[in-house]
Design a protein around this ligand. Structure first.
Ligand code: SF4
Ligand code: SF4
Length: 378
């Protein structure tokens, strides 16, 4: 496995994102996660990524039990993040950081990111001297590389990187569907990273699975190429750009792990023919008008919806209904999504809490009206 061109301690250019781990009875499936971690490390990779809020805190402890306890610290790298809801003043940051080290079972983090930066929460990070506090932790050797993850317009990133040149690396949402998207601005955000000479970590290369389970017409476009899974084209698209250091993939089962390993172990950039094909897939997607939800679950896990509305699952059902004409979606909505204490879309009280944490800046309240119209009036 070749050393990473930006960070020699990183093996290759592929990382294990631990936001969507395999689950069993609402707990992380340790057996499956351990098998996946073993396959990942055996293939020569070493970069794991987590955050305190992932899977309601279960991601960090799963890493402790399935990776940190089972591997010597020299065999893996770990990224964690400072996330908005978990501090309110500067004095909160160090104890929170120390708790994260303990939960993950490690004595330092290889990368530590100011999480999900945007124009709004950057104000809070500034007021709490979060960047300065993290930089102190770096000087003490508890953080090897300081970075940020980002969800906003390119001009906001330009401002932050100008104010904080000590940031070494930037994690951005980057995939072929968002590349020219006017809301996400992947291309423009990437160009800001180039301008500031910051290596890029890619999140959401398959857009929360949207680029894996393609509508038939789009699926046919990729099937006409020379083999390779739908995920492989998306991951290779992201990894083909020169400023990309690592592509993270949030994997939930062994099949996804094996597919990604086979793609990235002997990585090859997209050919011109393949680039044209993914451009055609973008054109097909645009005509479908789908909800661009990535299933990150921030709206239900970091924010506690007072009505327990299963927002991302409802958007997935709506997209399945629109893209695949999946008529089972209505039955699923009524018999699963809106039972067990979870309210219907029409019962949203429009408090707006969910929209404040949505990294995609979705108008969730309006979209839930569409969900209700589609499934509750049928
Ligand atoms: S706006 Fe609706 S969906 Fe969002 S948190 Fe409030 S009640 Fe829940
Ligand atoms: S609605 Fe927004 S916050 Fe909720 S899962 Fe989708 S992208 Fe994430």
């Amino acid at each position: 496995m070749e050393a990473n061109k930006f960070f020699p301690e990183v093996h290759g250019n592929f990382a294990f994102g631990c936001m969507r781990l395999p689950m069993k009875n609402e707990q992380v499936d340790y057996e499956e996660f351990s098998r996946m971690a073993d396959a990942f490390i055996d293939a020569g990779f070493n970069y794991f990524d987590t955050a305190h809020g992932y899977i309601n805190g279960l991601s960090e402890t799963a890493i402790r039990d399935c990776v940190s306890k089972r591997y010597d610290r020299s065999r893996f790298l770990l990224t964690n993040k400072l996330t908005d809801p978990y501090f309110n003043k500067q004095e909160d940051i160090r104890p929170f950081f120390e708790k994260q080290l303990e939960l993950c079972g490690v004595e330092y983090f290889d990368f530590y990111l100011m999480h999900a930066q945007n124009r709004e929460n950057y104000k809070k990070f500034k007021a709490c001297n979060a960047y300065e506090t993290a930089y102190e932790l770096k000087k003490e050797g508890l953080i090897k590389h300081l970075g940020l993850s980002f969800h906003d317009k390119a001009e906001v990133l330009d401002m932050i990187l100008t104010e904080h040149p000590e940031i070494e690396v930037v994690q951005i949402q980057f995939n072929y569907l968002d590349y020219e998207d006017e809301n996400v601005e992947s291309r423009r955000v990437y160009e800001v990273c180039e301008k500031h000479n910051k290596p890029v970590l890619v999140m959401e290369p398959v857009k929360g699975g949207s680029l894996v389970n393609l509508p038939k017409e789009a699926d046919d476009v990729l099937r006409s190429l020379n083999g390779g899974s739908n995920a492989s084209y998306a991951v290779r698209f992201a990894a083909s750009f020169p400023q990309i250091a690592v592509v993270l993939s949030g994997m939930s089962d062994m099949a996804q792990m094996e597919d990604n390993i086979s793609t990235m172990k002997d990585f090859k950039p997209l050919t011109e023919e393949e680039r044209v094909a993914v451009g055609n897939v973008c054109g097909i997607f645009k005509g479908l008008n789908l909800v661009p939800c990535t299933s990150c679950r921030y709206c239900v896990e970091e924010n506690h919806c007072p009505k327990e509305i299963r927002i991302p699952d409802m958007f997935a059902a709506l997209n399945a209904h629109e893209a695949f004409h999946n008529w089972n979606s209505a039955m699923y909505y009524n018999s699963v999504l809106t039972t067990g204490g979870h309210s219907k879309a029409s019962e949203c009280i429009k408090c707006g809490k969910c929209e404040k944490v949505c990294p995609q800046h979705l108008e969730i309240r309006n979209l839930l009206v569409k969900v209700a119209d589609t499934f509750e009036k049928a």
